[in-house]
Design a binder for this molecule. Structure first.
Ligand code: FMN
Length: 313
């Protein structure tokens, strides 16, 4: 039975990848699970320099989800390359790095540094963080800026470039196409949805930053819909992301057109989620008489609509 997939020219041994910001830099999980059982790991977001992120409280629980405003706290790309990457690269899994910047030039510079770093398989370009005042969603919410940032990263590296799209837009297909035109090799779909939780006693936001990004099962149907729309609008492959906690959740994204998926908030609930989903995927293939997970990709039978394979030819 084949669970291996290829995204952006990178071969993942299975379609499960840890999502950025929910799995530390990867090495924090060394004693908790076998990192080699994952298809891949996306690092926390990295800028050129270290950052403190937002003041606390930075996380609040919501029905079936989390609202966070971490604000991309991090150690900076050079420290990552020097201190973390050599240790992470010892594990037999693919490493993607989440690239951030306050300016287009900063994105390109971070990409240039990672281009020369052994052990990195690809760059996920974070143009969709809702919790920073500059960069982030300000770039990913404007198709022209999206094109500009992705083009600059494209020019700065030979590594596969994977922009991470924001769900806080009207028509995600416009952004998916802007990324493809700028030379992206794949897309990550999606980041968190902008939300607000109010403390009714103090009448203040529950997060110190104010608004935050909503994640977890609460956002899954929106993320599946956006993955489906993005997959139909471009030729490049897609990581589906949003609220995956079970094999059936992961299968929804694959059937909707994603080649692989990323798991975020579930890491906080159950680090055994990868093993559980992998065994569920094998069961599903066996029950449906299939031998390869790729046979399921884009097979959604949408009423009155051509299946993706036909639509793309
Ligand atoms: C605490 C937290 C931190 C996150 N940090 C990042 C980040 O650094 N870069 C990024 O691109 N996405 C970040 N995300 C977004 C996730 O990678 C993912 O896209 C989102 O949470 C939806 O997936 P999920 O519902 O499985 O969590 C973060 C999410 C959470 C909950």
């Amino acid at each position: 039975m084949n669970l291996a997939v290829e995204v952006a020219g990178i071969r993942f041994k299975n379609p499960l990848v840890a999502a950025s910001g929910t799995f530390g830099y990867g090495i924090e999980y060394e004693g908790i699970l076998d990192l080699a059982s994952l298809g891949g790991i996306v690092s926390k977001g990295l800028y050129l320099e270290a950052r403190d992120g937002c003041p606390t409280p930075r996380i609040v629980e919501t029905p079936s989800g989390l609202l966070n405003a971490i604000g991309l706290q991090g150690i900076g790309v050079r420290n990552f390359v020097r201190d973390v990457l050599p240790r992470l690269a010892r594990h037999d899994t693919k490493i993607l790095v989440n690239v951030c910047g306050d300016t287009v030039e900063e994105y390109a510079e971070v990409a240039r540094i990672l281009d020369a770093a052994p052990g990195v398989s690809g760059l996920e370009v974070n143009i969709s963080c809702p919790n920073v005042k500059k960069g982030g969603m300000a770039f990913g919410g404007d198709p022209r800026m999206t094109f500009e940032v992705v083009s600059a990263v494209r020019r700065a590296t030979k590594l596969p470039v994977i922009p991470k799209l924001s769900p806080n837009v009207g028509d995600i297909t416009v952004f998916a196409r802007a990324c493809e035109e700028a030379g992206a090799n794949a897309l990550s779909c999606v980041n968190t949805l902008l939300g607000l939780v109010v403390d009714v006693e103090s009448r203040k936001p529950r997060l110190a930053f104010g608004t935050g990004g909503l994640s977890g099962p609460a956002i899954r149907p929106i993320a599946v819909r956006m993955t489906w729309q993005a997959a139909r609008s471009v030729q490049i492959p897609i990581f589906g992301i949003g609220g995956i906690a079970s094999a059936s959740d992961a299968l929804e994204f694959l059937i909707a057109g994603a080649q692989a998926v990323q798991i975020g908030t579930s890491n906080f609930v159950d680090p055994g989620v990868y093993e559980r989903i992998l065994s569920g995927l094998r069961d599903h293939l066996a029950r449906h008489g299939l031998t390869d997970i790729n046979q399921l990709v884009g097979t959604l039978q949408y009423p009155g609509d051509a299946p993706r394979g036909e639509a793309r030819e």
